[in-house]
Ligand binder design. Structure first.
Ligand code: NAD
Length: 297
């Protein structure tokens, strides 16, 4: 069975695929030529799986997205052709929850700003005094895989955790579920863990920011579209939002105006980028290959 891995794939994870005994073709020079007899196509976010691409892959049975978002896969076109689409959302849950926690601690204690300041030859002890997270309230918007795991980790640090997730979920003992306005008004730190949908896009805007506590901290490891850039810029500039830590942006790679602000900490969409998450992705895709092979594909 031939599997074409079109995008970058970590070496350890690739070995897991190879161990299945399938023929693995990684980043071929000609995707078109290799797809002609491939049974499975593995992509990250770079390759766009369009109807046109599928038309040159007559034997394709599965498209696997190594990661979460399926924005680059034409799911309707796959459905029409009877091609199964899989992704690996659970593989990155812990990596993203840990990263959100790192941003919460980093923003609360000014870690990135202190690092930057020292590299500029300064020693700003007073300006960089922070606040502890123990006893503070974390508001989590979107309490699915990542949000609920973050809640568990935050509770272990002694934080109070409020959550908002319609339809209401009652499956996490670590979260007190509240209405959105109560979450905005009561949280010292707000962390976003919702998918990008018409309801969530622009959910953090001038109006909702005005409902937040003065000096709240905002963390976004979900999707850039959830936060209105202009509203966040204004709120961080005025100090209404004390600090924002962002891993995701309205367009990526991001080079916009939020980078100008000292109290906005940015990382280039790396929340899920850990060796362990890559290995889990490799394991899940290898399991799929093995099950296809055992069906005689
Ligand atoms: P999930 O589907 O398990 O959880 C999302 C939750 O949001 C669900 O419980 C859903 O009911 C809830 N939700 C949907 N609409 C809502 C709304 N309007 N208000 C409040 N809650 C709402 O997803 P997950 O695996 O926990 O991922 C969460 C987010 O993290 C997604 O946006 C995903 O794209 C993002 N993510 C980012 C990275 C990264 O590298 N930064 C990596 C993985 C996932």
């Amino acid at each position: 069975m031939k599997v074409v891995v079109a995008d970058n794939f970590e070496a350890g994870a690739l070995k897991l695929l190879e161990a299945t005994g399938a023929q693995i073709v990684h980043k071929p020079e000609s995707l078109e030529a290799e797809l002609a007899d491939a049974k499975m196509l593995v992509v990250r976010s770079a390759t766009r799986v369009t109807e046109e691409l599928l038309s040159i892959a007559p034997n394709l049975k599965v498209v696997a997205r190594a990661g979460v978002g399926l924005d680059n896969v034409d799911q309707d076109a796959c459905k029409k052709r009877g091609i199964e689409v899989m992704n690996t959302p659970s593989a990155s849950t812990n990596a993203v929850a840990e990263f959100a926690l790192a941003l919460i601690l980093g923003a609360s204690r000014n870690v990135p700003r202190a690092h930057h300041s020292m590299k500029q030859g300064k020693w700003e002890k007073k300006v960089l005094a922070g606040s502890e997270v123990e006893g503070r309230t974390l508001g989590i918007i979107g309490c699915g895989r990542i949000g609920s795991l973050l809640a568990e980790k935050a509770r272990a640090l002694g934080m109070e955790v409020l959550g908002y997730n319609p339809p209401p979920r009652h499956d996490s003992p670590h979260i007190k579920y509240v209405e959105l306005d109560e979450l905005f008004g009561s949280s010292d730190i707000i962390s976003l863990h919702v998918p990008s949908t018409p309801e969530t896009n622009g959910m953090i805007n001038k109006g909702t920011i005005s409902k937040m506590k003065d000096g709240a901290i905002l963390i976004n490891t979900a999707r850039g579209s959830i936060v209105e850039e202009d509203a966040l810029y204004g709120a961080c500039k005025s100090g209404k939002i004390r600090a924002a830590a962002l891993d995701v942006f309205p367009s990526e790679p991001y080079s916009g105006k939020l980078l100008e602000l000292e109290n906005v900490f940015c990382t280039p969409h790396i929340a899920a980028s850990t060796a362990q998450a890559q290995e889990r992705i490799g394991e899940l895709i290898a399991q799929k290959i093995s099950s296809l092979m055992s069906c005689g594909e």
